[in-house]
Write a protein of this length. Structure first.
Length: 223
């Protein structure tokens, strides 16, 4: 696993698009290789309210994602518009939240029998949302909950609508010498509805445990 973060919309002074971005890559050797690649960059933002203990922002982000697991192979370019907040709890503990709507400009999803020669993918736009909440301490995330549903309508491929959902919970357990143990549980759900009445439902739960090296205020992780 590789986890990279640059900039923070609540800590740093951001002036240009992509002054803050994050990227995550997950590998599963022997089980498909690359299983997840997600990059999110902040395009623009505006303060909706700010005090020493609480800050709320309207954000426009651009997201690229690729997923490959037992439920689906999926890739999409997405624009994400939502409200994020950071609220002080006690001591060095803060609560972060994000509620956003997603516009999938173009998505591709594996679909055997897509109806275009030997091609095995459907392509089309879609809609979705991103909901997340996390507790952090001194910039290090300790517990993060994430839920991301989406709908993709095929415009090139089979006559189909694909309903997708991704849920995850991740806990970081700090250890001495800037080390940590990270436990991540995730669940993927995919329901494909075809014009001829065919329904295909796939699910894929996953549990990962890996080590992390924390550097500065933001942890750099390695599987």
């Amino acid at each position: 696993m590789a986890d990279i973060k640059y900039g923070d919309s609540y800590i740093d002074s951001l002036r240009k698009p992509f002054d803050a971005f994050s990227a995550r890559m997950l590998l599963a050797p022997g089980n498909g290789g690359l299983t997840q690649l997600v990059g999110v960059g902040r395009v623009a933002g505006k303060d909706l309210g700010r005090t020493e203990r609480h800050r709320r922002q309207l954000e426009l982000n651009q997201r690229f994602e690729y997923l490959n697991n037992g439920a689906l192979r999926f890739g999409a370019q997405t624009l994400e518009l939502g409200v994020s907040s950071r609220r002080h709890l006690t001591g060095g503990f803060w609560l972060r939240t994000l509620v956003a709507g997603d516009g999938l400009l173009l998505a591709g999803i594996n679909a055997p029998g897509a109806g275009v020669g030997p091609r095995q993918y459907d392509f089309g736009p879609g809609l979705g949302s991103t909901l997340s909440a996390g507790i952090e301490h001194s910039g290090t995330p300790l517990l993060t909950l994430h839920f991301q549903p989406a709908w993709v309508h095929t415009v090139s491929g089979a006559d189909a609508n694909h309903l997708l959902a991704f849920a995850a919970a991740e806990a970081t357990i700090p250890l001495p010498f800037r080390l940590a143990v990270v436990v991540q549980g995730s669940y993927y759900d995919r329901l494909s509805l075809y014009g001829d009445g065919t329904r295909r439902h796939r699910q894929f739960p996953e549990l990962r445990v890996f080590g992390a090296l924390r550097t500065g205020h933001r942890p750099a992780r390695a599987h």
